[in-house]
Write a protein that binds this ligand. Structure first.
Ligand SMILES: NC(=O)c1ccc[n+]([C@@H]2O[C@H](COP(=O)([O-])OP(=O)(O)OC[C@H]3O[C@@H](n4cnc5c(N)ncnc54)[C@H](O)[C@@H]3O)[C@@H](O)[C@H]2O)c1
Ligand SMILES: O=C(O)C(=O)C[C@@H](O)[C@H](O)[C@H](O)COP(=O)(O)O
Ligand SMILES: [Zn+2]
Length: 364
């Protein structure tokens, strides 16, 4: 088993990565305040994995209240959150009840926000079942829901007590979702880990063929990168760099997700197209060369990801991007690349260059 730690003083927690973890309920037991959990999942994941997990938990004396939500980004809403609160109240869950997320990033973000807010905060455990959630969303404590005007606009930082990534669950993940997760994996290489980018280029075919060892390595290396960034700037308050670097491609990508209506583009797909825009803008600023841009495009395409943006029109992109959470006093901060493997936050890109980068990637 691979075992990492996110180092946040009294809020530190382990990240466990291995096949078969769902049946090893004894790994979860030490992290519960009382043997009572509310298990949040969705209509796709529950039939695959809930029964086995509940049986394993009941065997070690844990009582489980299941909460099964509809599936999809379109349900990362107040209504789903209220559905969670309704069950927690109806079944008399108290402050010692641990909320456990079993699913992808949508379930993790929703269940985490419920945990942050129910009775002003209850313990939380992440059991991520998509590649994207195992490499990114289950780690770091960002939770929340979408608003029609912007992605993740309402939420809270609420760290889990434990992240348990069972790599066997990836065997049932659709190919399109595996590719979507790869966008966030590639992100770590681009922002701070050039040797990992080289490794991804050498191993992308094996990763897409779901070689277990390669996937476990990619998950571990991604989580090491994310844990280091979060430990240094947990609440994303650094004026420059810091946790915001994990947002490479996201200002453009979130505009695509919101502009197209949540769910049409997968988060990872929008991040991939947004990454191409950030890379193209970095080239226009003289930081990357054409060969760098082509290197990124080739890797994203090999991973099965889109490199062409949604055709929203530059003005709509700019309007949606103006709501980005990295905006300070009306000034847009973008994550760009000084070179491959070296990201920065940058507030001085001109409107003309941003529009040109968007347009280049929408007709590419
Ligand atoms: N909190 C964070 O730090 C953070 C980071 C990245 C992304 N996110 C958020 O995560 C969300 C995207 O997460 P996602 O890509 O996991 O999408 P998702 O949660 O929608 O899951 C993708 C699809 O796969 C299904 N699924 C999940 N596990 C499965 C399995 N093992 N087998 C078969 N099907 C399975 C789901 O039901 C869903 O249909 C977005 O809302 C994004 O904003 C949050
Ligand atoms: O953990 C982070 O910090 C990230 O930015 C990770 C992103 O991959 C993720 O999509 C996150 O939800 C985006 O955060 P937001 O603050 O831009 O909504
Ligand atoms: Zn993301």
């Amino acid at each position: 088993m691979r075992r990492l730690n996110l180092d946040l003083a009294e809020r530190s927690y382990p990240i466990l990565i291995d096949g078969g973890l769902l049946s090893r309920a004894e790994e979860i037991l030490p992290f519960l305040r009382t043997p009572r959990i509310a298990l949040v999942s969705n209509t796709t994941v529950a039939p695959l994995y809930m029964d086995g997990l509940v049986k394993a938990l009941e065997k070690v004396g844990v009582g489980v209240t299941p909460i099964i939500l509809p599936d999809g980004e379109a349900y990362k809403t107040w209504e789903s959150l209220n559905q969670i609160y309704d069950v927690l109240l109806a079944t008399r869950c108290d402050r010692s009840t641990t909320i456990v997320a079993l699913g992808g990033g949508v379930i993790g973000d929703l269940a985490g926000f419920a945990a942050a807010t129910y009775q002003r905060g209850v313990p939380f455990i992440q059991i991520p079942t998509t590649l994207l959630s195992q490499v990114d969303s289950s780690v770091g404590g960002k939770t929340g829901i979408n608003h029609p005007r912007g992605k993740n606009m309402v939420g809270a930082f609420w760290q889990p007590k434990l992240v348990l990534a069972d790599t066997d669950t990836l065997k049932t993940l659709p190919d399109r979702e595996l590719s979507a997760g790869m966008a966030e994996v590639i992100k770590y290489g681009l922002i701070r880990d050039l040797p990992f980018l080289d490794w991804l280029e050498a191993n992308m075919d094996g990763l897409l063929a779901r070689d277990g060892e390669l996937l476990a390595h990619a998950i571990e290396r991604s989580c090491i990168n994310k844990a280091e960034v979060v430990a240094a700037d947990e609440l994303e308050t650094a004026r420059e760099g810091g946790r915001a670097l994990l947002n490479l491609g996201h200002t453009f990508g979130h505009a695509i997700e919101t502009g197209m209506g949540y769910g049409e583009w997968l988060h990872g797909e929008a991040v991939a197209a947004g990454t191409m825009m950030a890379v193209e803008l970095s080239r226009r600023l003289g930081w990357l060369c054409v060969a760098d841009v082509e290197r990124v495009r080739t890797l994203l395409q090999r991973a099965g990801l889109p490199v062409k943006g949604a055709d929203l029109g530059a003005a709509r992109y700019l309007e949606l991007m103006s709501h980005d959470k990295k905006v300070i006093a009306g000034s847009l901060r973008l994550v760009l690349l000084k070179s491959l493997g070296d990201a920065v936050t940058h507030a001085d890109a001109s409107r003309e260059d941003i529009v040109a980068a968007i347009e280049a990637c929408c007709r590419a």
